[in-house]
Design a protein around this ligand. Sequence first.
Ligand code: ATP
Length: 333
Amino acid sequence: ASPVTELRSLVERTEGWCSAIAPAKVNLRLDVLGRRADGFHEIATAMLALDLTDRVSARLGARPGLSLELEGPLASPDVPVDGRNLVWRAAAGALERAAADGRCPAELGVELALFKRIPSRAGLGGGSADAAAALLALEAAAGFELRDDERRELLGELGSDVAFFDATRASGYGWCFGRGERVRPLQAPQPRPWVALVVPAVESPTAAVYGALGLAPGNLATSPAEGDVLEDPLRGALDSKGAGLSNGLERAAIEAVPELGQWRTVLDHAAPGEYHLAGSGSGWFALHADEAAAHRSIERAHAAAVVAGLGTRLVTVARAAGHGAKLVGTEAE
Ligand code: ATP
């Protein structure tokens, strides 16, 4: 049997639920420009959303306050179901702002549901995508919209990657600067490339990876492309085995999670030059113009990992989504 998980679209929730799709992302380019005085790292990164997706749903409930139900194959104990979950925090932040000027009642009851398929601590941005999708689902269910300034503030509070999924709703592709919160959308790639994706069993803690860079605050390099016409990292990447793709976190990720060094060796041997680390890891991806080539690549990579005794959480072929966080409609009760 093939080790490759087939991605199917998610069945929609019904009965008054408003649902939004939360796509995973990979970083086609990631440059760390330095560490700011406030401790955050300044980056320039091009991100591409994939059709490996979670789904966030919201509906008005009978009891006041929030509740969150977790479903799906990756509803692991690692994903919190309380105020620590980014879905919860997105909804709470939006409701608080809307209640402040009477756009919604102070004690509105909202039920949230999160269908998880994106592995956590894999560099695929699952929690961030869920937060952006939660905002869309919550607004649709509660019948208000945040103002632009409120939205920007809330997205920034929720995390560095959240703004990407909100700002690239129409394309799922763009450059991000600052901590990642300043987004310049690019047009959706056409045709949409295929993405061979392997997520090791080992997880990668983002903070430890940035810590392993060992950068002292100060001495920021200037952002190379911000404000200029931005280069499209996909140009040339598909016909020359990922030329132009790079990730400045890879060395630090290997230092923080030594098993990723074994993965690098195995992938270089199985598919030379093809695989890149997703964000701070632990996921690896290869871009292909052709679906069959992506399948051949992931099967070679998986076979080599098995021989090397390296475990996996997910082995699949995804495709560029062509959208970011996306509302999928409201069902009448
Ligand atoms: P990061 O965004 O920190 O780079 P990541 O993209 O690799 O991480 P995430 O799926 O975002 O991985 O999960 C990171 C951690 O965030 C999880 O281990 C979990 O404790 C917490 N978390 C909060 N909300 C969510 C969510 N909706 N889905 C998954 N994890 C969440």
